[in-house]
Design a protein around this ligand. Structure first.
Ligand code: 6PG
Length: 524
């Protein structure tokens, strides 16, 4: 069959990539242990007019998939023809589209003995970067390249062009580049949304932080939609019109989540329920974690925030809300004991149309500021990690691959950030708000709007952790005087923590030079 690429896993992402790659003319072998999934994909290829079904071959045996590539010894087989001879020199490339962790190791153990030096395995799922680097060390012993590559945009982008973040050797990137560029989503200027992120786990790292930003954006938007609906009295249809206007024009133009948000809010005929207010009204307010409670990109991003000492409170707060939301039964049990006010209507609901329209502009600005600050928080984590791990990730490359195909695509924000970030070399700067005054000024411009929105949330007891964390971030990250002098005193009192003097400020986060024995003071 002479397949050119093997795709392991025929779930929605693997199926999408199989159809996408074959649409671009590659002969694909798709493997899944579940024969029904493979058959469903073959049927899909048959039905899809843009795909030549003869380019898609199904397998339920990994060994058969490996053997379906041109034979390496065909170089000396004159009867196989020049074309086969040329193809036999190519590495065999497998793209894994599997849940992270054990399923990937299972396939690796099965696949590796069947491979030869020069072959490549791309892990296209989400993965913890250290797991990627462990597998890279393992496959390297055999001369097989393991590529950790984020694939973003969900199953629809997998079918029509995802944003991709490969982390691998420069040689593997050189080989894969023309294929990946063909398959990738295209930015508004036509550039493919795939670039080499760096070596080791860089690719999976960038995708993990993409998801951290995605989670913050999801939270900011759901908090705002709830505020508009429940505190300010707008209907879902009205909110949909508002979100559509944000999506079309202004600083949230081309924001993917705003775009699907306005479309989703209009959706009314899903289950026949809630005809008036749309399908979202019938949905339970719980967001569970994907694979396992203790794992996943949100959990990993939050872990990184702690371990790398980078401030990213909106990303952390969005993850916390997701954790709290997930167990509704528990929440309702707690509510029986925890008698705090439930969210109420805002005074602003009674404003006249003109003033309400003004308020909507304020809300627009607040959402933009919060989303922009989530980008800053995520990019700061990436730079820190890239420096620590010596990956050489360039922030402008991250922003370039996020211009289309992915969940945090936001045209106007990318157009604003990219030229400002392009001037920095890889792994610099460690703090965008320090290095790029234009970004800091833009956030400062949205501060009052964000504060107003948070005030409404506070007054009405509305739940708005990502919005509040975004505001607190702005207050603290450039704060000239934080409340932490008192904390420092208490820490030194009980823990010999040491402190610096305001008259002799230190330059970094090194331990202070002074200690006081508080117990020796008279009267203590
Ligand atoms: C993307 C998404 C995607 C996401 C899954 C599962 O960029 O396409 O980020 O990779 O991870 O949809 O979502 P959760 O991990 O948030 O549950």
């Amino acid at each position: 069959q002479d397949v050119e690429f093997g795709i392991v896993g025929s779930g929605s992402m693997g199926a999408g990539m199989t159809l996408l790659f074959s649409e671009h003319g590659s002969k694909i072998g798709c493997y899944d242990y579940d024969g029904d999934a493979v058959q469903a994909l073959m049927d899909e290829a048959k039905k899809d007019d843009s795909v030549d079904e003869s380019l898609v071959h199904g397998f339920t045996s990994l060994e058969k998939l490996v053997n379906a590539f041109p034979k390496a010894d065909s170089k000396s087989d004159t009867s196989s023809g020049a074309e086969n001879e040329e193809r036999s020199k190519k590495p065999r490339v497998f793209v894994l589209s599997l849940p992270h962790g054990k399923p990937v190791d299972g396939i690796l153990d099965e696949l590796l003995p069947l491979l030869e030096k020069g072959d490549m395995i791309i892990d296209g799922g989400n993965e913890w970067w250290e797991e990627t680097e462990r597998r890279q060390r393992k496959t390297k012993e055999k001369g097989v390249e393991w590529i950790g590559m984020g694939v973003s945009g969900g199953y629809q982008a997998a079918r029509h062009g995802p944003s991709m973040s490969p982390g691998c050797s420069p040689e593997a990137w050189d080989y894969l580049k023309p294929y990946l560029e063909k398959w990738a989503a295209k930015a508004p200027n036509g550039e493919p949304c795939v670039l080499h992120m760096g070596g080791g786990g860089a690719g999976h790292y960038v995708k993990m932080i993409h998801n951290g930003i995605e989670h913050a954006h999801l939270s900011i938007l759901c908090e705002i939609r709830s505020l508009l609906k429940h505190q300010l009295g707008y209907t879902n249809d009205e909110i949909s019109v508002l979100f559509e206007s944000w999506w079309k024009e202004g600083p949230l133009r081309g924001n993917f989540l705003v775009g699907i948000g306005y479309k989703g809010l209009k959706f009314k005929d899903g289950d026949g329920l809630h005809e008036e207010e749309g399908i979202v009204e019938g949905m339970e307010d719980k967001v569970t974690q994907d694979v396992d409670k203790s794992e996943g990109t949100g959990t990993w991003s939050t872990k990184e925030i702690g371990e790398r000492h980078v401030a990213a409170p909106a990303i952390a707060a969005s993850h916390q809300l997701r954790i709290i939301s997930a167990d509704k039964f528990e929440r309702l049990e707690v509510a029986k004991n925890l008698n705090v006010p439930q969210p109420s209507e805002a005074e602003e609901k009674k404003l006249d149309k003109e003033k309400k329209d003004e308020l909507l502009k304020t809300i627009h600005s607040a959402v933009y500021g919060a989303m922009l600050s989530a980008f800053v928080q995520g990019l700061n984590i990436i730079t820190r990690a890239s420096k620590d791990e010596k990956w050489g990730i360039s922030l402008s490359n991250c922003l370039k691959i996020w211009r289309a195909g992915c969940i945090i695509q936001s045209d106007a924000i990318a157009e604003f950030l990219l030229p400002l970030v392009e001037k920095f070399p890889p792994s610099e700067p460690l703090n965008l708000l320090r290095a790029a005054p234009e970004i800091a000024q833009e956030l400062a411009r949205t501060y009052e709007a964000l504060k107003k929105v948070c005030l409404i949330a506070l007054e009405t007891d509305a739940v708005a952790p990502a919005l509040s964390a975004s505001l607190e971030y702005l207050k603290a990250v450039g704060g000239k005087n934080l409340p932490t002098d008192f904390e420092e005193m208490e820490l030194d009192y009980f823990g010999h923590h040491n402190y610096d003097l305001k008259s002799e400020p230190g330059k970094g986060h090194e331990k202070g030079n002074y200690h006081t024995e508080f117990s020796r003071m008279p009267g203590v």
